[in-house]
Design a protein around this ligand. Structure first.
Ligand code: HEC
Ligand code: HEC
Ligand code: HEC
Ligand code: HEC
Ligand code: HEC
Ligand code: HEC
Ligand code: HEC
Length: 416
């Protein structure tokens, strides 16, 4: 056993040296040409604050904004003091350490520090967990320990199983979902995706959903009082002109495709990451999803797939915006979602809840989503906890809206 663990650590070091492995399962790893530098004309979210102050302030609290950040004392949620170690076995442990103002994960073999890598950036708001990544030349790697918020402890990062090393490379597709922009510098000789260390925008920011905004700002500055004529210039599909994309003014497909870029699960790309722009057709950039039945789709990151299988979605013009405000942190609003359901389901429209005649309206409302969109264990956000062999799942809200009889019975029994 001991020699095997030691071998893993050494193998990990070697793999780092030769950039051998991509254990990424989020998307197919392919050698795509780098996206053209400077092609995208970003202004930065702060420049939007001048004219859209309220939205900007809401956005700073949102999980989209918080989903990737520089790693520092403000953003890191993990314990760096007493509960800062993960014991892999009696001879190998990984510790999360703070030295002056910097943070590291260090592997100790037989009590000796063997390898130490910095926390450079954080991926994940920490609502469920935070994974951290570090630069090695122009490559990015995931650190072996992830902070798991459901149990407040360090765990082995998703994708690592019990083999602990420092060499899970971070792909452009991972960053496409968790940031606004990274300039890819991958070339045909690269062993894994390479990135510019300076041309990047962390967080899912304004311009990820609205398109690069420099031209819009220039237009609004030239025409401060001009509200007429804007409608024609704000052509939803025209992100290159002086306008900007508003998902609410696009087609249903455009609105859904934008959210689906990141909430549509593990799609396989047919064009380089970061080429998709708001307003574009998703399947001009990805191979059409091999449609799985809803029962097989994971709750992780595939809200689109689950929703699209629901009768609500199939029999209405529903989009994500029927229920969500993409600018807000809605985590305290769960119980109020019934309002969105009642926009379509009420006694007057004859498609009210079947229990409406036997259960009080109050009970129906407070449990509406608990019965029809229950929380389920994710098959993708899974971590290994100290002392356990079987991974533990984070819990996610199922977007397959349906009748769940067993769960409904449980909910009703608690009410009594
Ligand atoms: C100089 C002021 C100014 C700045 C800076 C600015 N905007 Fe605007 N924006 C406006 C005005 C004015 C409107 C039109 C508001 C209206 O009449 O509804 C607008 C409208 C919009 C719309 C809706 C467009 C539509 O067709 O409905 C979006 C989306 C938008 N802005 C996003 C942004 C983003 C993102 C940024 C930062 C990159 C930004 N704005 C920066 C002034 C500005
Ligand atoms: C996750 C995607 C997303 C992000 C990030 C985002 N928006 Fe939006 N924005 C939307 C959607 C969707 C709508 C349409 C909302 C609706 O009307 O239902 C919208 C609408 C707007 C509008 C026009 C409608 C209005 O409420 O005035 C403006 C202006 C706007 N956004 C500005 C911003 C700014 C500024 C930021 C960053 C501070 C930002 N957005 C970040 C998705 C996003
Ligand atoms: C660039 C990728 C990206 C796009 C585009 C995007 N999202 Fe997200 N969204 C994320 C990520 C990543 C998270 C998880 C953030 C976290 O907690 O770290 C998230 C989180 C959310 C959440 C959960 C917030 C919570 O309470 O946990 C909602 C709701 C959401 N997105 C809705 C939308 C909608 C609606 C759209 C389309 C208008 C959209 N998103 C577009 C990447 C994206
Ligand atoms: C297809 C888009 C996509 C890809 C690729 C992706 N994620 Fe995510 N990730 C999401 C979304 C969306 C969420 C929000 C939770 C959910 O819906 O499962 C999320 C959640 C997370 C969380 C938990 C955040 C929280 O606190 O709730 C972490 C950590 C995370 N992702 C890390 C990664 C890392 C690291 C990679 C690359 C190795 C990656 N993700 C690849 C879309 C993606
Ligand atoms: C945009 C309108 C709309 C919204 C919003 C909406 N639904 Fe529906 N829902 C429908 C339609 C249409 C059907 C198909 C049956 C019908 O016509 O009554 C349906 C069907 C259902 C069904 C039956 C599913 C089945 O498999 O038999 C349930 C349960 C349901 N909705 C619950 C909800 C809940 C809970 C919410 C809020 C989280 C919600 N709906 C939001 C339009 C909507
Ligand atoms: C205690 C759990 C529970 C709550 C709370 C609840 N439902 Fe239901 N709902 C059910 C069950 C169980 C059925 C199926 C009953 C049957 O077929 O006899 C159902 C049926 C439905 C249907 C009809 C499905 C069909 O077959 O056509 C709709 C629509 C619906 N619910 C919407 C809602 C909405 C909207 C809310 C919240 C405002 C809500 N429900 C609250 C458990 C619940
Ligand atoms: C019929 C209403 C409805 C629609 C439509 C809808 N959602 Fe949700 N969504 C919810 C509810 C309810 C929650 C749970 C909120 C909570 O528990 O805080 C939720 C939670 C989420 C979360 C957080 C995941 C979690 O487990 O907490 C994400 C991400 C999300 N939605 C994305 C989307 C995306 C993307 C779409 C469009 C493909 C979408 N939603 C469409 C009702 C909806």
């Amino acid at each position: 056993m001991i020699t095997i663990r030691k071998y893993y650590l050494i193998a990990g070091l070697i793999a780092i040296a030769i950039f051998g492995l991509s254990l990424e399962n989020c998307s197919q790893h392919e050698k795509a040409p780098a996206n053209a530098a400077g092609q995208q004309r970003f202004a930065g979210s702060q420049s939007c604050a001048r004219c859209h102050k309220d939205i900007y302030e809401q956005h700073l609290q949102s999980f989209h904004h918080l989903t990737s950040t520089p790693a520092n004392a403000q953003t890191l949620k993990g314990d760096f003091d007493s509960a800062n170690k993960f014991i892999v076995n009696e001879h190998l442990l990984i510790a999360a350490e703070k030295k002056q103002d910097s943070f590291y994960q260090t592997a100790y073999s037989y009590g000796e520090p063997k390898l130490s890598r910095p926390f450079n950036m954080v991926v994940g708001s920490g609502k469920r967990g935070q994974t951290s990544i570090y630069w090695f030349h122009n490559y990015l790697f995931q650190l072996p320990l992830t902070w798991f918020s459901e149990t407040n402890e360090w765990t082995i990062s998703p994708g690592y199983s019990r083999k602990v090393d420092f060499n899970r490379s971070i792909t452009a597709r991972c960053l496409e979902c968790h940031s606004t922009y990274f300039q890819e510098t991958t070339n045909k000789d690269s062993k894994a995706d390479e990135f510019s260390r300076t041309n990047l925008i962390l967080g899912v920011e304004c311009e990820k959903c609205h398109g690069p905004g420099l031209d819009h700002i220039a237009f609004e500055e030239r025409n401060p009082a001009d509200n007429a004529g804007r409608a024609s210039e704000h052509n939803p599909a025209d992100n290159a002109g002086h306008a900007i994309f508003n998902p609410a003014k696009g087609t249903r497909q455009q609105s859904l495709d934008l959210c689906r870029l990141c909430h549509g699960g593990a799609l396989t790309k047919s064009k380089p990451s970061f080429s998709f722009q708001p307003g574009d057709k998703l399947f001009d950039f990805f191979y059409p999803d091999t449609a799985k039945p809803a029962s097989q789709i994971d709750v992780h990151g595939n809200q689109y797939g689950m929703l699209a299988a629901s009768k609500c979605f199939k029999n209405s013009q529903m989009t994500c915006l029927s229920c969500h405000d993409a600018h807000k942190n809605e985590s305290a609003l769960a119980v109020q979602f019934y309002v969105k359901c009642e926009a379509c389901h009420k006694s007057t429209t004859h498609n009210d809840c079947k229990l409406a005649s036997t259960v009080s309206r109050e009970v129906l409302r407070t449990n509406c989503i608990n019965c029809h969109m229950p929380e389920e264990a994710s098959k993708a956000i899974m971590v290994i906890r100290q002392g356990q062999e079987i991974p533990t799942s984070a819990h996610m809200r199922a977007h397959y809206i349906a009748v769940y009889n067993d769960i409904s019975k449980q909910v009703l029994s608690v009410q009594k």
